[in-house]
Design a protein around this ligand. Structure first.
Ligand SMILES: Nc1ncnc2c1ncn2[C@@H]1O[C@H](COP(=O)(O)OP(=O)(O)OP(=O)(O)O)[C@@H](O)[C@H]1O
Ligand SMILES: [Mg+2]
Length: 454
């Protein structure tokens, strides 16, 4: 039975309903619902079915982007005919990264097309001259969606980068470029063109202030792979993460350094971020797991006396709720007096940790700052802190210990029960209090066991 082919869609959030509302039930915006006429699908002819065994799987050979870190995050290279969304804050280096990738792909003999809606061809040329190696990249300065799709169908490049999806617009929709309706339409059309013509398409998307890819998550469902490019504009290091990947593991991580010649991959970030000065107060090294990759990261902490009624807990690179919990457990179960002190915690290099395995190192950095005692030289800590003050082993401890051993760590402070076959000196502790004693220099000596508070 045919239904009325009329629907009302919100231009802000993409919510759709069978009738009009003054206020969108999805995002509470007023007057944002517009009538959308649905194309009536007349064809009711059934299609022949295929068995999986009969499907030609030529998707298996991935296209190397020539940027090893990007390849790893993608799960081993670009899958032909896939749609990838790369999100990132303005100026983080999205265009740079993708131009480098296109350059390498075109040098390897494949056709690579850059559709630029944001920059003029001359601007792209300037960047290309700075980066080098992208002479064979084809370029199209166009923002009309139909023109872009028609070009892709005609030219069929192996890889196409759309910089950015927010600049594309379709004249059929009345709304402005960058609105949800337009972005969704553009991504939907490009998805179809990509799959039908075997073009691996990379969409560049801007992120909003709160870090979501603009076009409230509409795109994330459509595409095969969502990559986030993060980093402080004031730090030279950039981190590329996979948030979603249909063809590989998520939470894989690539680290880059922004230089005048473009983005340079950092194959061993532990060496860069895991270094701490011997004897420095308030610094501890964590071994955090990012995807399949353990990374040593320096965590710095400052504990300063305060007159504020509500002392501050300021976290950079660590979840503030997690920090509040660690501070509370430290005060309650490890005898650290933090009630009248501001606590600041920072992860070196502008990186972000969101796994509980880094808890112990954060606590160690705070304890070192609070007691004015450095962490033992060459020590690394990892493990999860429970609310009772008891420690829980972190996942994949073996891999973490391997990474520690590779980088010449002398002591690993870990929870009891952490499986370990490594030759490293491992100090196991049942509780946070014991772990702090094991990790802080001189804490076992009678002279400095001056924290008898229970
Ligand atoms: N000559 C240079 N030397 C070093 N770094 C540079 C140089 N020129 C540009 N950069 C870096 O490149 C960054 C801009 O890169 P890019 O244009 O690729 O960013 P983007 O993410 O595409 O930004 P937008 O969202 O505005 O398009 C700058 O923030 C700067 O860090
Ligand atoms: Mg750009």
């Amino acid at each position: 039975m045919a239904r009325a082919a009329v629907q009302f869609g919100c231009t802000e959030c993409g919510y759709s309903a069978g009738r009009w509302f003054g206020k969108c039930p999805g995002c509470n915006a007023f007057g944002s619902l517009v009538e959308e006429t649905l194309a009536t699908t007349a064809s009711t002819a059934s299609k022949p079915l295929l068995r999986l065994v009969d499907v030609a799987a030529d998707e298996a050979d991935r296209i190397s982007t020539g940027v090893p870190e990007l390849d790893r995050v993608l799960g081993g290279g670009l899958v032909p005919a896939s749609l990838v969304l790369v999100g990132g804050e303005p100026g983080v280096g999205k265009s740079t990264l993708l131009l480098m990738a296109l350059g390498a792909i075109s040098s390897a003999g494949r056709r690579a097309l850059l559709v630029t809606g944001e920059e003029s061809t001359a601007q792209v040329k300037l960047r290309a001259a700075r980066l080098g190696g992208s002479d064979n990249v084809e370029i199209l300065a166009e923002t009309e969606l139909d023109a872009v799709c028609a070009t892709l169908e005609k030219e069929r490049p192996a890889v196409c980068v759309i910089d950015s999806v927010q600049t594309l617009y379709s004249q059929e929709l009345g709304s402005a470029p960058g609105s949800v309706g337009q972005v969704r339409e553009a991504a939907g059309r490009l998805l179809r063109v990509a799959k039908e013509n075997g073009v691996a398409t990379i969409l560049v998307g801007h992120v909003t202030k709160d870090g979501a890819v603009a076009g409230p998550r509409v795109l994330e469902h459509l595409v095969d792979c969502v990559l986030q490019f993060e980093g402080d504009r004031y730090h030279a290091h950039r981190v590329l993460r996979a948030v979603k990947n249909r063809f590989g593991s998520t939470n894989e991580l690539g680290v880059f350094e922004m230089t005048g010649e473009g983005l340079v991959g950092v194959p061993n970030p532990s060496e860069l971020f895991g270094k701490s000065e011997a004897g420095e107060i308030g610094a501890a090294v964590a071994c955090a797991l990012e995807g399949t990759r353990p990374i040593l990261l320096e965590i710095q902490s400052l504990v300063a006396p305060t007159d504020l009624a509500m002392p501050r807990r300021v976290a950079t690179g660590v979840d503030p709720k997690r920090l509040a919990m660690i501070v509370a457990v430290c005060s309650r179960h490890a005898g650290l007096a933090l009630g009248a002190a501001d606590v600041f915690v920072n992860v070196a290099g502008g990186l972000r940790i969101d796994e509980p395995g880094a808890d112990l190192a954060i606590a160690l950095a705070i304890a070192s700052a609070a007691r004015n005692v450095p962490v033992r030289d060459g020590a690394v800590a990892f493990g999860e802190i429970g609310l009772t003050g008891r420690l829980r082993p972190a996942t994949q401890s073996e891999r973490r210990l391997e990474e520690c051993a590779k980088l010449g760590v002398r002591l690993a402070v870990v929870p009891t029960g952490t499986p370990s076959r490594s030759k490293l000196h491992v100090a196991e502790s049942e509780t946070l209090r014991d772990a702090l004693r094991a990790g802080l220099a001189g804490a076992t000596e009678p002279a400095s066991s001056q924290n008898p508070r229970k």
